[in-house]
Write a protein that binds this ligand. Structure first.
Ligand code: ZN
Length: 208
């Protein structure tokens, strides 16, 4: 089946939403969701190469559960947020870890072209409480997490974001990555899968 090339509006990401991942990078779990943006120009799809920028010597995978917004959401309750979801999609929030540390602001570390591979969007809405996400590099499992392990649930994230910025149909929310982030090297193949829902596989290449 051909992949539907979904191009999001804005991409709102959530940092440190799994306890074990916050710990592995030496961070506390935040009291409120920690959010940042990725530019829509960073999106690529199935089989498109992830290009490692010369500015970084440590690019890492972050497999995540992506939520595609289907309704305009402003100051919504968690219940209305859940009703406003259109689909679920596999996301790789590729990150230049060294630049994330040195820059302070994460725009460059998260924003390079090809740094947001997206799978196909689910045709039906699965049960939000029983999703899992698995990341493999060259077929070896590196990350595994469940939506039930999130610090902030999917509906609470959307409700929180909707009190800051209106979420519009076609926007994407990446809900954070579980423990096990690690490096991507030229020649690797990285896969993020939400079993039974969505999957994206990408080769990794040197850039300029
Ligand atoms: Zn992330």
């Amino acid at each position: 089946m051909p992949t539907r090339k979904y191009r999001p509006g804005k991409i709102v990401c959530v940092g440190r939403n799994y306890r074990e991942h916050a710990k592995e990078l030496g961070n506390e779990v935040p009291k409120e969701p920690l959010i940042f943006l990725k530019p829509p120009s960073s999106v690529v799809w199935e089989n498109d190469p992830i290009k490692l920028p010369g500015a970084s010597s440590k690019v890492e995978h972050e497999g995540e559960i992506g939520v595609v917004v289907g309704k305009t959401l402003t100051w919504v309750s968690e219940l209305d947020a859940a009703r406003g979801i259109r689909g679920i999609i596999a996301v790789n929030d590729v990150t230049a870890r060294d630049l994330q540390k040195t820059d302070g602001q994460w725009t460059r570390a998260k924003g390079f072209d090809t740094f947001c591979p997206l799978g196909e969007e689910s045709s039906k809405l699965p049960d939000l409480d029983s999703l899992s996400v698995v990341t493999r590099v060259n077929g070896v499992e590196r990350q595994r997490g469940k939506s039930s392990e999130m610090v902030f649930s999917i509906p609470s994230l959307l409700a929180y974001i909707s009190r800051i910025m209106t979420l519009e149909p076609g926007d994407l929310v990446a809900t954070g990555t579980p423990a096990g982030v690690g490096p991507l090297n030229p020649g690797d193949v990285v896969e993020v899968e939400i079993p039974g829902v969505s999957r994206v596989t990408n080769p990794v290449q040197e850039s300029r």
